[in-house]
Design a protein around this ligand. Structure first.
Ligand SMILES: Cc1cc2nc3c(=O)[nH]c(=O)nc-3n(C[C@H](O)[C@H](O)[C@H](O)COP(=O)(O)OP(=O)(O)OC[C@H]3O[C@@H](n4cnc5c(N)ncnc54)[C@H](O)[C@@H]3O)c2cc1C
Length: 461
């Protein structure tokens, strides 16, 4: 019987769902899957993106873990594609590869002052508070007034984590350094800026509602932002999500002015146009232009520019994928170019096919690196189904590896001295984190330094 030796690069939800779907799919060939991740622990942004105070979503890890625990997928952590293994290696050992490498960095926001000290990308802050091993252990939280640019759920996560009192995060899995950092935070006011109106936000109602329930944090809204036009009123009447968001916001407007030590301000129709230097190369203020509805659901600038003093600015304007060596990349969209998960490439110049997008046989993509960094974890499942369907149908076009045995991959990694971790290692690390939590009366405390994660996983710690 034909056997598919498949490499999947990226052990986030997209990679794990792809493996699971393939193993359960109707097919007339055997399957053997190796799942690689450059982190020593699996689960991608579920572990290192989803906010620690969202235990229900973090709980998706249990379902992903169940898939891995079945034991029919080999896991190789601490192995970076492009450094430890290359495309040529994959072609030597596998019939095909699925890239599920997600997106980890911030999309650009090109406004003057964006590079000033005190101006940060949300993705870096998220990586810090979620204990990502490749980010600094400390985070500067001296600012009293902080701006967050963006009107999506990541902007809400960042604002909530900045505004929330550190002790209210103790029941979560936040690492000790993050608790200490947040505990020392000087923040009093977090200002969230969206260039469109309240009926055009990308927040989900559940996440928005949560803001209004933070202990010791008042929500501040501005009446001038609630002068709806017909398009906004139509949106409230016709879209259930918008209806709920509008209701939540208006309920908050009715609350009496609070006396909490921290405030979370939501500014709508406010388009940041510049981050103003304080004269010493640091963030001093945010400059924004008031916008107004254009009558068609969009906004136009009014020309009225305002400044609000700030000492830090976070941009939460989206994530962006990173190129992988030897793999086609769409620089504009930050994705691997593909047709329903089949990776496409433009033929070499001079080959007569330079203008056509052709299928790059044996190479597939799924998840955020396939479709761009939008959508929830559940969406990566439908992504994976589509990609796996093509992989199965392309049987005749797979690679013909010179060394297809499972042992040959272990030999290659060992020969290179790569300190890879495996599923057993993840269990060890998981147990250690749970034990650290129990000792402090908490559910879990994450181990952050990469070398410690690797040592524990490999049973060397
Ligand atoms: C801040 C934030 C909060 C979110 N909150 C929610 C939420 O509450 N609910 C929800 O449903 N969704 C949420 N999401 C979205 C969710 O995280 C994504 O939909 C999902 O994680 C995308 O899955 P993925 O597998 O494509 O990518 P990822 O989860 O990013 O996984 C990619 C994996 O590839 C690995 N990798 C990358 N490059 C390499 C390489 N060169 N070699 C080897 N491995 C590599 C990475 O280490 C990572 O493990 C949130 C996202 C963010 C950013």
């Amino acid at each position: 019987m034909t056997k598919l030796r498949l490499a999947i690069v990226g052990a986030g939800p997209a990679g794990i769902y792809a493996a699971d779907i393939l193993l359960k799919a109707e097919r007339n060939f055997e399957v053997s899957i190796d799942l690689f991740d450059h982190l020593p622990a699996p689960y991608g942004l579920v572990r290192y993106g989803v906010a620690p105070d969202h235990p229900r979503i973090k709980g998706i890890i249990t379902a992903l873990r169940d898939v891995l625990d079945r034991g029919d997928i080999r896991v190789f952590g601490n192995v970076r594609f492009g450094v430890d293994i290359t495309m040529d290696d994959l072609k030597t050992h596998y019939n095909a590869v699925i890239f599920a490498t997600g997106a980890v960095r911030d999309a650009d926001l090109r406004i003057p002052g964006i590079d000033l000290a005190g101006s940060y990308g949300a993705a870096r802050f998220v990586s810090w508070f979620d204990g990502h091993p490749d980010y600094p252990r400390t985070w500067p939280l001296e600012a009293r007034q902080v701006a967050v640019i963006g009107n999506g759920n990541v902007a809400l996560d960042v604002s909530r984590m900045l505004a929330k009192h550190a002790d209210d995060l103790l029941p979560t899995e936040i690492p000790a350094n993050v608790y200490e950092g947040l505990k020392a935070s000087a923040v009093t006011d977090v200002h969230v800026f969206g260039r469109r109106g309240p009926t055009s936000v990308k927040f989900t109602p559940l996440e928005l509602r949560e803001l209004g329930e933070l202990p010791g944090v008042d929500i501040v809204l501005y009446d001038e932002d609630f002068d709806y036009d017909d398009a906004a009123r139509d949106a409230v009447a016709s879209n259930k999500q918008v209806f709920v968001i509008d209701k939540v916001l208006n309920k908050w407007r009715e609350r009496p002015a609070g006396t909490a030590s921290r405030r979370l301000h939501l500014h709508f129709f406010a388009k940041p146009v510049e981050i103003v230097d304080d004269g010493a190369g640091r963030v001093g203020a945010i400059r924004y232009e008031r916008t107004r509805p254009d009558g068609h659901g969009g906004v136009v600038g009014t020309g009225e520019v305002r400044d609000l003093p700030m000492q830090a600015v976070y941009r939460a304007v989206g994530y962006f994928g990173s190129p992988l060596p030897g793999v086609p990349f769409d620089k504009k969209r930050g994705v691997i170019p593909n047709r329903e998960g089949q990776v496409l490439w433009k033929g070499e110049p001079g080959s007569g096919s330079a203008s056509a997008n052709q299928q790059l046989y044996g190479v597939y993509a799924t998840g955020w690196i396939k479709r761009g960094p939008v959508g929830l974890i559940g969406h990566t499942k439908s992504d994976a189904m589509e990609t796996v369907r093509h992989l199965i149908n392309d049987l005749g076009n797979w690679w013909h590896p010179a060394e297809p045995s499972e042992e040959s991959v272990l030999a290659m990694l060992d020969e290179r001295g790569i300190e890879y971790t495996n599923l057993e290692g993840w269990h060890r690390l998981d147990q250690q984190e749970l034990a650290l939590g129990t000792a402090e009366g908490r559910v879990r405390i994450k181990v952050v330094p990469r070398d410690e994660m690797v040592e524990i996983s490999r049973g060397e710690g």
